[in-house]
Design a protein around this ligand. Structure first.
Ligand SMILES: Cc1ncc(COP(=O)(O)O)c(C=O)c1O
Length: 428
C-alpha cells in the first residue's frame, strides 16, 4: 500500500504489485509526499528479542551485579558450547568475526611477502584482514550455483598460474601463499573435501570463514562435520543480524591445534602470557561477558531458528521453481541427506538478470530486499593496486543477486506475501 499525504488529508492507494494503483479514496489536492508502507521488512531484530526479553535482561543484570565484564566464566562457557557445536577444535572468544580472522592470520605469522587465497565475492573483512597485515589477498572465483570458492578454479590457479618450488607455492607475482580461506557464504558449506585435498598437496592450512554458517553440517566421506570444525581454523561472527547475534560486535575463532589456540588466547590480549609478559605483540580482541551471556541465552534457540529459516526457504523454492529463467534459485546440495542442517539460510539469495527491476517491483509491493554483495572485492578502490581479475562469476553474481526476507519470526502470511510478490514480477 502506498500512502499519499496531501495538504489537507491522507489518501490511501492499494497496489496490486504490478505498479498499478487503484484509488481508494479520492479528492483532488496537490500531492506533497509519497511514502511506501513496508509490509514485510527485510529484517526485524525486535521480533526475536521480545519473547526472550525477560531472560536476557535477567542475565545482563547478573553480569552487572558481578561487575566482571572482560572474558571470564561466561566467555569460557560460550567457548565450550561453540566447541561442542563444531564437534572439534578449540574456541577462542573474541570481539568480532573480523578480529577472529585477524587473530588466526597473526597466529600463523602472516605478513608482508605472503598471500592468502580467498574469493572476491564476500563481505569486505575476509580480504581486508589479509591486507591489514601487509599480505596480499589472492582471489579465486566462485562457483555460480553456490557462491562459494570453486575447487576447480582453485586447482587451476595453483597448477597453471602459481609456481611450486622447494615446497613453496607462489602467486604469479611472487608472493608466498600461506593459507586458503573458503567462505561458507549465505549459510552453505563450501566443498571442503575437495578444497582440503588440494590444499594438503601444498601443505596449506585451510581457514573456514564460517561467519554466516553457524550450526551448519557438511557430509564428508561418510562422516558429518560441522562448520567451523572442518578446516585447520575457522571463525564465526556474532554480529547482531547473524543467525546467532550478540547485542553488538562479537566473534569466535577456532583452531584444531591446542597449542595454536593457546597462542591465540594470548594474542587476543596483547600477546600477554603470563601476566605482564609479552613474548609477541598481540591486540585487544577480547570478548565481553555481557555479549557471551546474551549468546549463551540465545544458543539453545539456534536449532529451532535454523529449522524455521529452512521451512521458509523451502516455501520460496517451491513457489519459484517454475519462474525460471527470470528467477534462479541457489544450489542446495546435501538436501536429501541433511535437510535443515545442510544450510542455515542466513540469506536466501536468488539471481535475476533484471535484478534492479525486481528489487523496485518488490519495493512497490512493500517488501524489503538487500544486495549481498554489489561490488566484488577486486573492484574495490582500495584493492585496485592488486590489478587482479577478471572474475566473471563474481562479477555476474554482483549484478544479479537479490536477498529476500528470511528470518525465523516471519509469519506464514508474510512469507506468502514475499512469494506472491516475486511471482507477480512481470515477465519480459
Ligand atoms: C562472510 C563474512 N566474513 C566475515 C565477517 C566479519 O564479521 P564481523 O562483522 O563480526 O566482524 C562477516 C560479517 O558480516 C561476514 O559476513
Amino acid at each position: 500500500m502506498v500512502r499519499l499525504q496531501t495538504a489537507q488529508r491522507l489518501y490511501f492507494f492499494v497496489s496490486n504489485c504490478n505498479g498499478q494503483f487503484g484509488l481508494h479514496r479520492a479528492r483532488l489536492y496537490p500531492i506533497i509526499l509519497v511514502r511506501r508502507v513496508t509490509k514485510v521488512p527485510f529484517f526485524d531484530l525486535k521480533k526475536q528479542f521480545l519473547p526472550l526479553r525477560e531472560e536476557i535482561l535477567n542475565e545482563l543484570a547478573a553480569v552487572c551485579d558481578d561487575q566482571a565484564f572482560i572474558l571470564g566464566a561466561k566467555v569460557e562457557k560460550l567457548e565450550q558450547a561453540i566447541t561442542s557445536l563444531c564437534g572439534k577444535g578449540h574456541a577462542v572468544g573474541v570481539s568480532s568475526g573480523t578480529d577472529a580472522e585477524l587473530l588466526i592470520l597473526m597466529a600463523l605469522g602472516i605478513g608482508p611477502g605472503d598471500a592468502v587465497v580467498t574469493t572476491p565475492f564476500t563481505f569486505f573483512s575476509t580480504a581486508g584482514c589479509v591486507a591489514r597485515l601487509g599480505a596480499k589477498p589472492a582471489f579465486v572465483d566462485i562457483d555460480p550455483g553456490t557462491f562459494c570458492l570453486s575447487p576447480e578454479k582453485l586447482e587451476l590457479f595453483f597448477s597453471t598460474k602459481c609456481t611450486f618450488d622447494e615446497d613453496i607455492l607462489r602467486t604469479p607475482d611472487g608472493f608466498r601463499i600461506r593459507a586458503v580461506i573458503p567462505i561458507h557464504l549465505f549459510g552453505l558449506c563450501c566443498r571442503m573435501d575437495e578444497i582440503q585435498a588440494i590444499c594438503a598437496r601444498y601443505a596449506l592450512p585451510v581457514i573456514e570463514d564460517a561467519a554466516q554458517a553457524i550450526g551448519v553440517d557438511y557430509p564428508s566421506s561418510g562422516e558429518i562435520k560441522h562448520a567451523g570444525g572442518i578446516g585447520d581454523f575457522g571463525y564465526f561472527s556474532f554480529y547482531p543480524t547473524k543467525n546467532l547475534g550478540a547485542f553488538g560486535d562479537a566473534g569466535m575463532a577456532m583452531a584444531r591445534d591446542s597449542r595454536i589456540a593457546e597462542r591465540m588466547k594470548a594474542l587476543r590480549n596483547h600477546g600477554m602470557a603470563p601476566k605482564y609478559q609479552h613474548e609477541f605483540v598481540g591486540g585487544n580482541f577480547r570478548l565481553d561477558s555481557l555479549q557471551a551471556a546474551i549468546l549463551l541465552k540465545k544458543l539453545p534457540h539456534l536449532e529451532g531458528w535454523s529449522r524455521r529459516r529452512w521451512e521458509i526457504a523451502q516455501y520460496y523454492r517451491n513457489k519459484f521453481v517454475n519462474l525460471t529463467p527470470e528467477i534462479r534459485l541457489p544450489d542446495e546440495p546435501h538436501v536429501e541427506q541433511l535437510g535443515h542442517r545442510g544450510h542455515n539460510y542466513h540469506q536466501f539469495v536468488v539471481r535475476a538478470t533484471r535484478r534492479d527491476e525486481l528489487r523496485e517491483h518488490l519495493k512497490d509491493c512493500g517488501i524489503g530486499t538487500e544486495i549481498y554483495y554489489p561490488i566484488p572485492l577486486h573492484r574495490q578502490k582500495c584493492f585496485a593496486y592488486l590489478e587482479d581479475g577478471p572474475f566473471p562469476e563474481s562479477e555476474a553474481a554482483a549484478r544479479e543477486v537479490l536477498a529476500l526476507p528470511i528470518f525465523p519470526e516471519l509469519t506464514d502470511s508474510e512469507v506468502e506475501l514475499v512469494a506472491d510478490g516475486v511471482a507477480a514480477f512481470p515477465k519480459k
